[in-house]
Design a protein around this ligand. Structure first.
Ligand SMILES: NC(=O)c1ccc[n+]([C@@H]2O[C@H](COP(=O)([O-])OP(=O)(O)OC[C@H]3O[C@@H](n4cnc5c(N)ncnc54)[C@H](O)[C@@H]3O)[C@@H](O)[C@H]2O)c1
Length: 291
């Protein structure tokens, strides 16, 4: 009975008991685990970098904010951690190639975790947001993650049990008024994560998404939307960082957990969305967002 269940699960690709063999270039145990984090100079990325450094990882911290990276490197260094920093605009594939090559030289071609965290947000009525700001959200939040996954794939595939963590959002549960384009970019991240999770499992690369609701960072500083007024901002960057580290640590399971909501509000909303009919989801969102 058990053997036949496992056979069926294998046939459906639910359980992967024989991940692909690794190239000889990766020498497990010779180097410390390595993580690359984008948008690491501030907010959630920074808190995540500090947590991984405390856990003994070699941290590759990348951002467009040089000053923020320098202060992060000072902090991690003072606490006894190891960090490699570099300027990386996630929308630039050439920069991805160069920064990852530099990092691979330091990590011994090891990349255990890629955290696609860099993101931008402009809120307000759709037509009041400048076309360039709409474009930037698509380019950074979606294009940056696609470019990162492409550039890092070779290193991830060469590292046993590697993980890609994509920063999704509760705004990927239902399209959010006053955050329409931002919300659409996070729906794209949800789809990309689900597809790659299936596509890359045969290569022993886990892919998962982290789903916070509003978090107290620079991103939400000037945000004045109906949803913020109703729900408040209850999460800290460190709450999200803790969920990222715990999701990465979770051992490979028969049925992988792909979506990781952060906080009670998001857990309840995500669960509710799986069972509530479409008309109820729309009515709830209309009420929450005051539209
Ligand atoms: N703050 C929230 O409420 C919230 C909620 C859900 C999801 N998220 C997601 O979490 C992630 C981090 O958000 P945050 O709140 O820490 O934001 P933040 O504004 O505090 O930090 C974002 C970081 O990304 C960097 N960045 C921006 N554009 C970049 C680019 N092109 N290349 C490289 N780095 C770039 C910034 O310099 C900054 O250091 C984002 O993907 C965001 O969408 C945030």
């Amino acid at each position: 009975m058990i053997a036949s269940t496992v056979r069926t699960m294998r046939a459906w690709n639910i359980v992967d008991l024989h991940p692909q063999r690794r190239p000889a270039s990766y020498a497990a145990g010779m180097t410390r685990p390595a993580v690359v984090i984008t948008g690491a100079a501030a907010g959630i990325g920074r808190a995540t970098a500090e947590r991984f450094a405390r856990d003994g990882y070699l941290v590759g911290a990348f951002d467009i904010d040089e000053t923020g990276l320098a202060s992060l490197a000072d902090r991690i260094g003072a606490a006894g951690g190891t960090v490699h920093t570099g300027i990386l605009d996630v929308t630039d594939s050439g920069q991805w190639r160069d920064r990852l090559a530099e990092f691979a030289a330091v990590s011994g071609r090891r990349l255990d975790v890629l955290v696609n965290n860099a993101g931008v947000l402009s809120s307000g009525r759709f037509e009041s947001i400048d076309a360039r700001a709409h474009r930037a959200m698509v380019d950074v939040n979606v294009g940056g993650v696609v470019a990162g996954c492409l550039a890092a794939h070779e290193l991830l595939a060469a590292t046993p049990d590697s993980v890609v963590v994509n920063l999704c959002s509760a705004s990927a549960i239902y399209g959010q008024p006053e955050l329409a384009t931002y919300s659409a970019t996070k729906f794209a991240i949800r789809g990309l994560t689900e597809a790659l999770e299936l596509e890359w499992r045969a290569q022993d690369i886990r892919v998962l998404a982290i789903w916070p609701l509003f978090v107290r960072t620079a991103m939400t500083d000037d945000m004045d939307t109906g949803a913020v007024a109703t729900l408040g901002i209850r999460l800290t960057a460190d709450d999200v960082a803790a969920e990222i580290v715990s999701a990465v640590r979770r051992p490979r399971r028969l049925l992988p957990k792909v979506h990781h909501p952060v906080g009670r509000q998001t857990r309840a909303m995500l669960l509710g969305s799986r069972f509530a009919p479409a008309w109820l989801m729309r009515a709830l969102n209309r009420r929450i967002t005051h539209t």
